[in-house]
Design a protein around this ligand. Structure first.
Ligand code: BES
Ligand code: ZN
Length: 588
């Protein structure tokens, strides 16, 4: 059923992984063993695992004797099938292995790529299909497993995982236990010089020493967010909710690893203005981690529900106007992006045949997905829709489901209540056709309408002093910059910069947008900041538009190539995969 995995769980299914690993920064290698527990529905069938970029050393059965195994040909997207011949009595297998330089989940950072420049750092990124590059297992989101781990690293470093901490062994190894079944893409690890600060009894933040206090301040509302989420859609079922702030090359804004969200340091704006990212990753504790997309074609079930849920958390804590601002900006971004997307990539229930799951990545599963849920809410009313969602999470807790299963649950539980209302929503269009349906809800924020008036004023006079910007929040500045971007040139950008200091801003969202506009209009005063940003930050969502804008001119392309030659070794493999394509870099 999952075209992105070789495994055959109907016959032999992995149910638990027990890891015993050692982290070697000098060799940039994780080595050790994994014991996989098996549910064998058919004793004639071999065990089939996914593996990519792994060096398998030996495979043994339950009794400790060797088993025959074979690594199949490598598919460039999904890697190899690792087939293991079992004997009748095998209830588990043990694989000794090590990772290689082709283990794309891993990013090994030299000390100078960290905030404190004091020690090397390692983190993993499993979603979508990268766990198979550091652990041989059945790497399909439909095959949920529990896990435990024992991991040794260098003295003085802290190791954290997406699991409950189970203390340290006498040899210094860190121990972990995840006793709720999760999809393999949620197994995650980080290792570095880390400190912890408590936020509440169940929440806290890990970061490098020079970052951790600022992070604690930025994320101070986390416990409130967990409570808001629980009041909406039921209990938080994962014990602790901690965050870790990673070094700036982390390829995403956030990653919802259970018990421990991984976050980019670019979220630390100093004024909590970007914390919708925390609301988002927290929301995944329900949508995504509790109820999971069964295949990557169902990815919108993870992200669309999460963007919807994120908006509800933001509304509860920061008010309806803030939530409307964020929703209006998301919709504008989606509409801009959709113009550039092929029709097949505008479809929620996306066909990924022959493609890597990440090739379908865009705002569509996120924002179009959330708009569908908002539309259902609008038609059926919040009360009924909230009751539906609550039971959706309870009914499917710790399960992986497909779009079709969602549709039949929706039809049976909500649409069946009122045929006239149901008739107002064309699910086939929403899920199966490109573009944005005409009935997509359009958030309208008063605070952004006020910005629109100032945009008009700017267009009339181009004098920054004429603008009334007092008290503007980040989202208003973003809306303003998008709104005026087409009218700017290098001179008017300099005037705006004198008045509002965009090139120096510490807000990464504002900076990213400003730098993109600076490339378009050849505003040279931002050149140094652009280079510094590209050299340090690895967040794909920021880098992709910047490089795309650079290659639009010959001079820009030359600059992009020069910077990328230096920056590429500092980016995560997921980021280089994207940027290589923009710059036509030959794959290594
Ligand atoms: N789960 C995603 C990140 C992801 C998606 C990793 C697909 C690999 C493949 C995460 O929850 C996410 O969406 N992060 C966003 C931030 C969010 C606020 C929209 C990001 O990283 O920008
Ligand atoms: Zn997400």
């Amino acid at each position: 059923m999952d075209i992105h995995s070789h495994c055959d769980p109907e016959h032999v299914r992995v149910t638990h992984a027990s890891l015993d690993l050692e982290i070697d920064h000098a060799k940039k290698e994780i080595r050790g063993a994994v014991v996989l527990s098996l549910d064998r529905r058919d004793h004639e069938s071999p065990l089939i695992l996914d593996a990519k970029g792994l060096a398998i050393e030996s495979v043994t059965g339950s009794d400790g004797s060797v088993r025959l195994w074979q690594l199949g040909p490598e598919d460039k997207n999904i890697g190899s099938a690792l087939t293991i011949e079992l004997v009748w009595a095998d209830t588990s297998v043990r694989l000794a292995y090590h990772t290689t330089s082709r283990s794309d989940a891993l990013q090994w950072l030299d000390p100078d790529q960290t905030a404190d420049h004091a020690a090397p750092f390692l983190f993993t990124q499993g979603e979508s299909i990268f766990t198979r590059t550091w652990i041989p297992l059945q790497d399909s989101p439909g095959v949920r497993i529990t896990y435990d781990a024992r991991v040794r690293g260098p003295a003085g470093q802290t190791i954290v995982m997406s699991a409950e901490q189970a203390g340290q062994a006498t040899d210094g190894a860190f121990r972990f236990r995840m006793d709720r079944p999760i999809p393999p893409y949620l197994i995650a690890l980080a290792c570095g010089r880390l400190e912890f600060r408590k936020i509440s009894e169940r929440c806290g933040v890990y970061a490098e020493p020079s970052v951790v206090d600022m992070a604690r301040e930025e994320f101070a509302d986390t416990e409130k967010m967990v409570q808001a989420a629980e009041s909406l859609f039921g209990p938080y079922r994962w014990g602790r909710y901690d965050l870790i702030v990673l070094p700036p090359s982390f390829p995403f804004g956030g990653m919802e690893n259970p018990c421990l969200t991984f976050a980019t340091p670019t979220v630390l704006a100093g004024d909590r203005s970007l914390v919708s990212l925390v609301a988002h990753e927290l929301a995944h504790s329900w949508s995504g981690n509790l109820v999971t997309n069964a295949t990557w074609s169902d990815f919108w079930l993870n992200e669309g529900f999460t963007v919807y849920f994120e908006g509800r958390i933001m509304e509860k804590i920061y008010g309806a106007e803030r939530a409307r601002m964020e929703a209006q900006i998301e919709l504008a971004d989606l509409e801009r992006e959709m113009k550039e997307l092929a029709p097949r990539d505008q479809i929620l229930h996306i066909d990924l045949k022959g493609r890597h799951p990440d090739d379908g990545f865009s705002g569509v599963p996120y924002v179009k997905g959330a708009l569908l849920l908002q539309r259902i809410e609008e038609v059926f009313g919040r009360g009924r829709f909230d009751r539906f969602l609550r039971s959706y999470f309870d009914t499917h807790a710790f399960r992986s489901i497909t779009t079709d299963q969602f549709v039949s649950y929706l039809r049976g539980e909500l649409f069946a209540q009122d045929g006239a209302l149901a008739a107002q929503i064309d699910l086939l269009e929403w899920l199966g056709r490109p573009g944005l349906p005409a009935d997509a809800p359009r958030a309208e924020s008063k605070a952004l309408a006020e910005v629109d008036r100032q945009i008009e004023r700017w267009k009339a006079s181009k004098v920054p002093a004429d603008l009334e910007t007092r008290g503007w929040v980040t989202q208003q500045w973003l809306h303003f910059l998008e709104g005026v971007s087409g009218t700017l040139d290098a001179e008017s950008m300099a005037n705006l910069d004198d008045a509002f200091h965009f090139t120096k801003t510490g807000n990464s969202e504002v900076l990213d947008l400003w730098l993109r506009i600076a490339i378009t209009h050849r505003y040279a005063a931002a050149d140094a900041r652009l280079e510094e940003f590209l050299m340090t930050v690895g967040r794909r969502k920021y880098l992709e538009p910047l490089y795309k804008e650079l290659v639009k001119s010959d001079a820009g392309r030359a600059r992009a190539n020069a910077i990328y030659a230096k920056a590429r070794p500092r980016y995560h493999a997921l980021t280089t995969a994207t940027i290589d394509e923009i710059l036509n870099v030959e794959k290594k």
